[in-house]
Ligand binder design. Structure first.
Ligand code: PGA
Length: 243
């Protein structure tokens, strides 16, 4: 299956970054699907700047409700109207900074799907949870409660302790977790669960991308810091195994 390389710009970037970034990534010689998730105000300009077939745009959050009195929140349908095809949901920074629960994430996933967006749902254990040997249980619980009963989207396994730290789990640990997530998805969603892409995220860089992307059940990467640099993002995409 085609790999997915998604860039999460978080609260970074400015309008003047769009043109040089796009000028570089259009040169990508990769079969991977490239996705950029910039801050909300940049969505529409980014979508307009990306030539057709050269990548897609995603949001970094949405609200579970269609509309209403929710100051500071954004409706999934508006993201779609702005040109987004994807939306990252349940990122650990949202879970920590905004107290998002698994149930909150499940509501957002449904809203995103109803708006025609493809949700990228993040799961992953903290450092102390891994030290305590609880990572499989934690991720199982997150999947069980963050995904609605009918799910069409993408999972991103992002160990919280690997995000922005330069540390990653070993290849064996990534492979074990991705196998665990696959088994969980197949048990719950049968055929659909067998096809759901499972991305790895957390300190993915040009230097480690090829090894991580080649692991079984790794269907791509969710890239934070390195996605802000077009050349690094391109190098990561170029590491994706073909078809
Ligand atoms: P990082 O972030 O690549 O900077 O570790 C990944 C993420 O939070 O999605």
């Amino acid at each position: 299956m085609r790999q997915i390389i998604a860039g999460n710009w978080k609260m970074n970037g400015k309008f003047s970054d769009i043109a040089p970034f796009v000028a570089t990534i259009v040169q990508a010689e990769t079969e991977a699907e490239l996705i950029i998730c910039p801050p909300f105000p940049m969505l529409q300009s980014f979508a307009a700047a990306l030539p057709a077939g050269k990548g897609s745009i995603g949001g970094q959050n949405c609200h579970a409700n269609l509309a209403g009195a929710h100051t500071g929140d954004v409706a999934a349908a508006l993201l779609a109207e702005a040109g987004a095809k994807y939306v990252i949901l349940g990122h650990s920074e949202r879970r920590m900074d905004h107290g998002e629960t698994n149930a909150d994430v499940a509501g957002k996933v449904l809203a995103a799907m109803n708006a025609g967006l493809i949700p990228i749902v993040c799961v992953g254990e903290t450092g102390p949870e891994r030290d305590a040997g609880e990572e499989m249980h934690i991720v199982h619980t997150q999947l069980t409660h963050s995904l609605p009963d009918s799910f069409a989207g993408i999972i991103a396994y992002e160990p919280v302790w690997a995000i922005g730290t330069g540390r990653t789990p070993s290849e064996a640990e990534v492979a074990a977790m991705h196998a665990h997530i696959r088994a969980n998805l197949v048990a719950r969603f049968a055929e659909d669960g067998a096809k759901t892409p499972i991305l790895y995220g957390g300190s993915v860089k040009p230097g480690n991308a090829a090894a991580l992307l080649a692991l079984p059940e790794v269907g791509g990467a969710l890239v934070g810091g390195a996605s802000l640099f077009a050349a690094d993002f391109l190098a990561i995409a170029a590491s994706a195994p073909r078809g």
